[in-house]
Unconditional design. Structure first.
Length: 400
């Protein structure tokens, strides 16, 4: 055990995948509650990368892989965005030969290597009794792997796409929606001044929540989402109608990064994939913009309509969390400690129909959580559809 003496127990916490506002409040909530209950808390750096790169030697410098957390440390970062523990897209169950830690390269020489045994030994070396990973379905999917191997895992859902199964809410989603509405509204002045279409590309690989919720809130006229393959000519016609009805002569469409044309697949940047096999998305907004411009004369008496094209990208990830992404992480952190106090593990803390709860962690490996097209999306109008808000959860369409 590396420089750590057990008291009531040791809790490890890590953040994996993309950064979002709300991670630091979650780390703060876990740490302060755990310390007051008599535990020690270890912050593991760079997500799952930190768990596999630890050198099991009392004399080794592992400061880049973990740190002991205190109230002073977490209070300093607790109100800020991002994650002060840092993050990575690392899958210890499938590590390329070139990504194997240097001190393990003689042992692991295959093109793809499973370092789970090393992770388990490293957690034992640190004396970690419970592990709290905060992440999306990829990060938490590896948490499922550790739980099945017998390690005590309590997971917290995080992703601005809000697509972790089993929960209505993932940390980061509210700030993403709030920023999207704010940034689209800022761009309206330019769109109106030049009487243009405005195409805004937003996050959303497999699920369209980050496009459909701002559209429902009035940020856009139309949205195209991964769950439905759209026809470009129909989108051009609808946006042209919207533009004519608008006294300022502009219209807005939100385009999920994973949206696909009726004929074709997702638009990717290059051929590289991350540790979980995902290609980097991006560029569908550019294609939609170009096609809108080309098609516009058909719906504008032969005259071309120009386009304002903006990818919001990391602008919706950065900065401080909003109110919901300050409150929910605090609650999730305390829920995780409640479970640990009761000796429960292999669980995912969740919000379900407006109530905090927990479910078996295996739920994250189930079916993908996506927008229910039949209930919430009008495929003829390319916009949100709903009959009643009565008894719906806070974010309307996010309960699966």
């Amino acid at each position: 055990m590396a420089e750590i003496q057990k008291t009531k127990g040791v809790i490890g916490i890590l953040t994996g995948g993309g950064d979002v506002p709300g991670l630091n409040p979650a780390i703060r909530a876990v740490t302060i509650r755990a310390l007051r209950e008599g535990y020690k808390v270890i912050g593991i750096r760079r997500g799952w990368a930190g768990t596999m790169e630890i050198i099991r030697d009392e004399q080794a410098d592992n400061s880049q892989n973990f740190t002991v957390l205190t109230e002073e440390i977490v209070n300093r970062a607790g109100r800020t965005g991002g994650t002060f523990l840092h993050t990575s897209r690392t899958n210890p169950g499938s590590v390329s030969k070139g990504s194997v830690p240097e001190h393990l390269r003689d042992k692991y020489t295959a093109d793809k290597n499973d370092l789970t045994d090393e992770v388990l030994k490293n957690l034992s070396f640190l004396g970690v009794d419970f592990l709290i990973p905060i992440g999306g379905d990829d990060t938490l999917g590896y948490g499922v792997r550790l739980a099945r191997a017998g390690f005590k895992v309590v997971a917290i859902p995080k992703t601005m796409d809000n697509d972790v199964p089993g929960t209505d809410y993932c940390i980061g989603f509210s700030t993403c929606v709030s920023r999207t509405i704010e940034l689209v509204n800022r761009l309206r002045t330019s769109a109106g001044s030049h009487e243009r279409y405005m195409v805004i590309e937003v996050f959303g690989r497999y699920a369209g929540f980050t496009a459909i919720l701002p559209t429902m809130a009035g940020a856009a006229n139309r949205c195209v989402i991964p769950e439905y393959r759209f026809e470009m000519e129909k989108l051009a016609q609808l946006l042209s109608e919207d533009r004519k009805k608008n006294p300022s002569r502009y219209s807005v469409v939100l385009v999920s990064e994973g949206a696909t044309f009726a004929e074709g697949g997702m638009v990717v940047e290059g051929s590289a994939t991350d540790a979980f096999g995902h290609a980097k998305l991006g560029g569908v907004g550019d294609l939609v913009s170009a096609e809108l411009k080309n098609l516009s004369p058909q719906f504008n008496n032969g005259r071309t309509i120009n386009v304002i094209n903006q990818r919001l990208g990391y602008l919706v990830r950065g900065g401080d969390p909003d109110a919901i992404d300050s409150i929910v992480p605090m609650a999730y952190g305390n829920l995780a400690l409640d479970l640990i106090q009761r000796g429960m593990h292999g669980r995912l803390v969740v919000l379900k129909n407006g109530r905090y709860d927990n479910l078996p962690i295996e739920v994250v490996s189930g079916a993908k959580k996506t927008v229910n097209i039949d209930k919430f999306y009008n495929t003829e109008r390319l916009r949100p559809h709903y009959k009643s808000f009565e008894m719906k959860p806070l974010f309307i369409m996010t309960s699966d």
